[in-house]
Design a protein around this ligand. Sequence first.
Ligand code: HPA
Length: 257
Amino acid sequence: MKKHRHVYEFFRDDHPSLGIILGSGLNDLLDSVDIRKKLPYSDIPDFPRSTVKGHEGAFVSGSIDHISVLAARGRFHYYEGYDLGEVLSIVRSFHELGIQHVVVTNAAGLIDPGHQPGDILLIRDCIDMTGQVKEFDPGLAKLRKAEETPAKHAAKDAGIELGEGVYVWTTGPSYETPAEIEYFRSRGGDLVGMSTMPEIMWARRNGMKVYPFSCATNWAAGMAPHPLTHEEVYETARRVRKDLTRYILTLSRHIGG
Ligand code: HPA
């Protein structure tokens, strides 16, 4: 029995092979792609709703060259009051449609001083600060060779300097304290954000290949002389959009071709 039957029936004739989750400020990343169909989350019975500014809240399907893609504009977070099942609704829908590859994007705070806000980093592993994914094998958070290789080749082809780092998952909704960021850095964290880790683990557990990226939108708390604001996060996401779009289009061809 398909849990998200409505999504399945709406998109099954598109036969999507690649799913893309677009994070904060990155919703219109695929505007250059011809959109075939659109399904707002609010039209799906029993589906969560996006409550976050900058998250449109819709699935859109289209093609990148000959590859059929399904993109989720906006995702669900713990801090919106959703449980793990609801947070996973998008990847579950992808899986029900037979999608084998998932690109996951997010906006994240940068902890690693070796990068700059505006850089794009491949997530090579995660640290769970929420205690919400204990049922998953911890090894599922780690990037696989078969995912890393196309991600790096695509970066070279697209002329993108792709960093990599360890993503720290927090529940939010508030940003961190400087002392928390100091602690995360001392434990090996490079990026911090409020999403992505459960989607990565669930998708890998269900046999999908996952290509997870952070757009480093801001210095993490305490690392810049000015206080951190939502505006800064959206402003950087907007600035990086062109590069990230080019990269995702190139990556799609590497994965699908
Ligand atoms: N912390 C947590 N989540 C975020 C941040 C941050 O600094 N920036 C964007 N999402």
